[in-house]
Design a protein around this ligand. Sequence first.
Ligand SMILES: [Mg+2]
Length: 262
Amino acid sequence: MPHGERALLEELRRAVSAVNTPILLFLDLDGTLAPLRKDPSKVRISKNVLRILRSLSKNPRVKIFIVSGRDEKFLRSRIPFPNVSLAAEHGAVPLAKNEKRIFSSALRALSALSEKYPGTFIERKSSAIAFHCRNAPPRLQFPIRKDVLCLLSGFSGKGILIIHGKKVVEFVFSKAGKGAFLKRTASTSGSSIIIAIGDDETDEGMFREANRLGGISVLVGKNGKSSAGYSIPSVRDAALFLKSLLLAIEKSERKRFYNIAH
Ligand SMILES: [Mg+2]
C-alpha cells in the first residue's frame, strides 16, 4: 500500500536537500500531467503544469523524461521544450525480424476483433499495439477484455508484455517497457536521484525499477496493489508535487550559495 502525500513531501525534501546529486525525473503524460479525456486526441497539459515543467527543465540539476505510450509526434505537440527528452511508445526500440512477424499477425488478429466490437479501435505503434475500448458500452468491457486476452495469449511468450491500462489493453515488446527504459537510462547516468510518476498499470514497471534503484515512485490515483512507494490523489496533486520539487531544489541551491558565501 503506497504512503500518502505528507510522507512523500518529507522524502522529497530529504532527498533533494541532502547532496547536489542530479535528479532524473520520469513522467507519464496521460492521467499524470494531464487529465484523461474520452477522446485521447483532446488531452492537453495545463499552462500551469507547462510552466513548472519548463522551469524544472531549465535547471541544470534536473533531467526530464516523458515516458508515455503515445507516439513521439503527439508528445512533442504537447511538450514543446527541447531539453525535455521524450520516450515515446513506452521507450520503444526497433523490432527484430522475428518480432516484426509476430507483430504483424497480432495486428491482423486484433484488427479483426475490433471490427466485431463497435466503439473499439486499434492504435498501431512502432513496437506496440493498443486495443482501445473506452468508447464501447460498459456491459461489453469485460467480454471485450476477455476476448483480447484470449487472442493475445496465443502470442505471449518471451519478450512480449500484455499491459492492462484504463480502457486499453496493450501488446508490447518488453524491451520497450517503461521499466526497461528507466533501467537503461539510469544505468548510463551515474549516481542520481530517481523520481518516477505515473497513474496506470503501464507505469508499474517504472515504479519497480525506481524502487530497486532507491528512488521515489509515485502513483497518481488509487491502487492498493501498486508497487509505488507513494500515492497522490489526482493530476492536480501531481502538479503540486512537481512545484514542491522545484521549490525544494531552489531552496537547496540558496542554502549552498549561502554556505559558500559565508
Ligand atoms: Mg497514464
